[in-house]
Design a protein around this ligand. Sequence first.
Ligand SMILES: Cc1ncc(COP(=O)(O)O)c(C=O)c1O
Length: 397
Amino acid sequence: ILMVGKWFPTGAHKVGAAYGCLAPRIITGEFDPDYHKAVWPSTGNYCRGGAFDSKIMDTEAIAILPEEMSRERFEWLRDEAEATVIATPGSESNVKEIYDKCWELRETRDDVVIFNQFDEFGNAAWHYNITGSAIEEIYDLVKTDKSQLAAYVSATGSAGTIAAGDYLRTKFPFLKVVASEALQCPTILRNGFGAHRIEGIGDKHIPWIHNVKNTDAVTAIDDEDTMRLLRLFNEKEGHEYLKSIGVSDETIKNLPLMGISSIGNLLSAIKTAKYFEMNADDVIFTVATDSSAMYLSRIDELRKERGNYSELQAAKDYEKCLAGQVTDNMRELNYQDRRAIHNLKYFTWVEQQAKDIHDLEALWYDRSVWDTMFHQVQRWDELITEFNERTGLLKIL
Ligand SMILES: Cc1ncc(COP(=O)(O)O)c(C=O)c1O
């Protein structure tokens, strides 16, 4: 089951994650919308979400993202959100350059508050509470007597979305939580690095907020497969081919609801099903963070580079990239594997970003730390209610 993000106001569900970071800072007075500017570092959808939330509050947003991200992201930030945009060098996986820009802003201005999705627990807490419980609700609607909620699959960028797996674990202890990344930048699978084309994920480090102890497996998806399927799912000849092999009109109509990372999630779900030998009673959940609307320029680029699409190419892409998915480039993670992945956080967060080593250790050893983090939302809700009463705004509205 694929949960669709396109219907959120920015066309991606990260608008909620941004809200999860912003709301606590407003109600605790750490962010003053009349004075501060909200800085949203990301590779696109989170900073678009933050810019959207900032605009609603009539406050200025500064979006930081790599210069090679899709044209649609930049156009939206400029035209819809009217945000100040800072483009940093590189592409999807160049997050270190974004962090460097954040440090520069922090050191030179006192009117900025940086909402770094990679270390803000509000991001993970939003997904734990909202995405997690939405999945549970949907599962309750579709399950049969034989069903099992068998897996939750999520590509990791900031590792906010995967936190829904922490919520689901409390309800379905045997579920498999699967992280996915690009084969061209397999940081979890192989401590790897590299540029890739699955925009929104795989940023060459382990986010501070990724509870790696709760990740059961990792899959690495070839970005060439996702790009070929992006064409299959969005080109007219692709749809004609899919119809000819019996795919329903309804399904074909919905295929553009998947952006590139969503296609990656779909492939990761297929690998997961094959690896764990699942059957029709096993329900796998994953998310379509955004839709192909964010990548029409990428489809144009592929057309220019490779020529017009054809039914023959569609058949090849279907067989190789979808039906041909197997269990290569994935690993089930044991305790020590997870520990090794967690340890990678040291290099980014302690050495580069000035986190305390004791906090790093606590994230691994302190058994209450994640629960406390995820359950802060009850307190935030109380503070939001108090805040609304104090300002009287809701009564006027
Ligand atoms: C298109 C897309 N897919 C996947 C992700 C990864 O989600 P998360 O950052 O919650 O890990 C993002 C993050 O912004 C994204 O923009």
